[in-house]
Design a protein around this ligand. Structure first.
Ligand code: 5GP
Length: 187
């Protein structure tokens, strides 16, 4: 996706430790026009996939995911990065955060995903921990993740390799080859 790749090169910033900062247009300040183009591209790439709902993890996944939900007319369920005491019929999983270097519990209410075919959308694919957590939650609720879409995949981390063992199709709109020496190199 040319528009996204150009924006990553012009406005993204590579930090020490292999972190890409895109807070000027993706996950803090949001460029809604770009985000809509991103959502359209996800819809185009998943045209042949049959799914009932879109699922993401709060907070950064919600922006692209809600626009995919809007375009397709399907509901969006966002998995929570907490364990709300008022949640009914909770299904939960442990996720290790690459950026925060700690584990946290993610949760969802079973009734919103039970028996559904899910399209998982997120901002980044790094080591695949968030995606694995959502797949685990889906299994616990007798639901199925049938495809995954990532705005940015860090191709130098092991996420794709780990997820490919699950046999779920993966679509990434921009793949980062390397962030070595704090330089952004796209694939
Ligand atoms: P994973 O679970 O695949 O290891 O990491 C994906 C999650 O970590 C994403 O939801 C994203 O929020 C965060 N993340 C991973 N790598 C980066 C990065 O380089 N930059 C930013 N901004 N977030 C990242």
């Amino acid at each position: 996706m040319k528009e996204l790749k150009e924006r990553i090169v012009s406005d993204g910033r590579a930090l020490e430790g292999g972190i890409l900062k895109v807070d000027g247009f993706i996950n803090h300040q949001i460029d809604s026009q770009l985000m809509m183009s991103i959502a359209r591209e996800f819809v185009r790439r998943t045209e042949g996939v049959e799914y009932d709902k879109i699922v993401t993890i709060e907070a950064s996944g919600i922006a692209p995911a809600i626009l995919v939900a809007y375009l397709t007319g399907k509901p969006l369920v966002f998995v929570k990065k907490s364990v709300p005491s008022t949640m009914e019929g909770m299904v939960a999983s442990e996720v290790f955060s690459f950026t925060k270097n700690r584990s946290y519990t993610v949760s969802a209410s079973r009734k919103f995903i039970e028996g559904s075919r899910l399209l998982f959308i997120d901002d980044f694919l790094a080591n695949g921990n968030a995606a694995m957590g959502v797949v685990d939650i889906a299994h616990k609720a007798q639901a199925e993740v049938v495809a995954m879409g990532f705005v940015i995949e860090k191709g130098f981390q092991c996420g794709r390799e780990r997820l490919s063992s699950l046999g779920i199709p993966i679509e990434s709109l921009a793949i980062i080859e390397s962030l070595d020496d704090c330089k952004i190199v796209l694939r």
